[in-house]
Design a protein around this ligand. Structure first.
Ligand SMILES: *Cc1c(COP(=O)(O)O)cnc(C)c1O
Length: 410
């Protein structure tokens, strides 16, 4: 009892300080410096790094003339992704956003359907639903996993949907709910096995947005392979980059074939005829990008070692901070630590903006996480669960510099 009272008193004096922002800002700057050294110029949040055969492979594309879709690196990159993740099939496309759109179409999402989407995610997760003509229906996230909470998912569906024939229908809007997108925030796994279980019991398909999760596992299995379909992104800020790019992962052969067909203009294979059997998309990844992506895959294990080491150093550096906790991966997960994250104590969440201004002036690029999707004007009227946790996480989480090249482990 006495200890508790003392710690409350101590806490109130610490937070009741006229120079609070400076104190908290210096605390974070010193802890970052203890891991990264003094910032010379700007230490970016996440930068790409090309140390392998990128130049050689690009040169071979240019010299052979195979720069567009037809070229050997697309299938090499696809095979390396399937081998690495354990997915039976990987289909490369131009970016992670259209990978999601394609996965949703394959999951049966049609215009006027609803798709359950975590409220804390990059805007592309929700945009891809709208690109299918459907409506994102926002779900709050779990405080620890930062992703969809299977308990809340189940309760929300029980209270807000009914089964009509073989469909799950939103009671309020009358629209069919077809799928759930489970996103693995910053590379940390959400409870994907339970999410798949709950979704299946309501007849819903699961698309895993694993854009941030290449190299991350859940109970020993690579993310993006639990759901009916998974998607990856190789944008410049992701763990590996092909300049721009994305991929669809699936274990279902029919879905894999259709993903390839749909994303390559739905052309029927023929030596000289142009037959297209439906309205397809030109989402093809150019061979130039695949060449870079393939070279990057060869460096993934080495990048992961450095990212995990960096996370370990940050964990130690923030261990005794009075103002922050380092966000650790849930126990069941093996994280790639794509973006390292600290959580500010509740007493100072209202100063988060000032703290970020302070730290960024010292050259360490630190950022708030995405504004909750329901707070964006275009999504403000969308169907949603209560959203307290995502709103609270938005105010308390800060991403800190996370490029693998920031440390050297070998
Ligand atoms: C990066 C990202 C995407 C989109 O990928 P792009 O390749 O930039 O289109 C989708 N979802 C999440 C969670 C992401 O972080």
């Amino acid at each position: 009892m006495v200890r508790t009272v003392q710690s409350i008193n101590m806490t109130s004096t610490i937070f009741d300080n006229p120079n609070l922002v400076e104190r908290v800002g210096n605390d974070i700057v010193n802890r970052l410096a203890s891991v990264l050294g003094e910032a010379k110029g700007t230490v970016a949040l996440h930068e790409p790094e090309f140390l392998g055969k990128e130049n050689d492979y690009l040169k071979s594309c240019i010299e052979s003339g195979w720069v567009s879709y037809s070229g050997s690196f697309v299938s090499k990159f696809e095979k390396s992704l399937a081998d690495y993740t354990g997915a039976k099939y990987a289909i490369c496309v131009v970016n992670g956003t259209v990978a999601l759109q394609t996965a949703l179409i394959l999951a049966g999402v049609k215009p006027n359907h609803e798709v359950l989407v975590p409220n804390l995610s990059f805007v592309a997760t929700a945009n891809s639903v709208v690109h299918c003509g459907a409506t994102p229906h926002f779900l709050d996230v779990n405080e620890n996993s930062l992703g969809i909470d299977p308990v809340l998912l189940e309760r929300h569906l029980q209270l807000n949907s009914k089964i009509v024939g073989d469909k799950t229908v939103n009671i309020k809007t009358g629209r069919q709910i077809t799928a759930v997108i489970a996103m693995h925030t910053f590379g940390h796994a959400c409870e994907i096995d339970r999410i798949v279980e709950v979704a299946s019991s309501f007849g819903l398909k699961v698309v895993e947005d694993a854009a941030e999760a290449l190299g991350s596992k859940y109970k020993g299995v690579h993310l993006g392979t639990y759901g009916n379909l998974g998607t990856l992104s190789f944008n410049g800020n992701k763990i590996i980059s092909s300049g721009g790019g994305g991929a669809i992962l699936t274990n279902d052969k029919a879905m894999a074939l259709r993903a390839k067909h749909l994303t390559t203009t739905a052309k029927v294979s023929h030596p000289w005829e142009f037959f297209h059997d439906e309205i397809g998309y030109n989402f093809r990844m150019p061979n130039l990008n695949a060449a870079v992506g393939y070279a990057q895959m060869e460096q993934l294990p080495q990048k992961l070692r450095r990212k995990r080491k960096l996370a370990e150093l940050y964990f130690k550096a923030f261990e005794k901070s009075l103002f922050f906790d380092f966000v650790v991966a849930p126990q069941y997960a093996e994280s790639n630590f794509w973006l390292n994250t600290i959580r500010i104590k509740p007493e100072i969440v209202d100063r988060r903006g000032d703290i970020l201004d302070f730290v960024n002036k010292y050259g360490y690029q630190c950022r708030a996480v995405w504004a909750p999707l329901n707070s964006l004007a275009m999504f403000s009227e969308n169907p949603a669960s209560t959203l307290h946790t995502s709103e609270h996480l938005y105010n308390s989480l800060i991403n800190i510099p996370s490029s693998p090249q920031l440390i050297d482990v070998d």
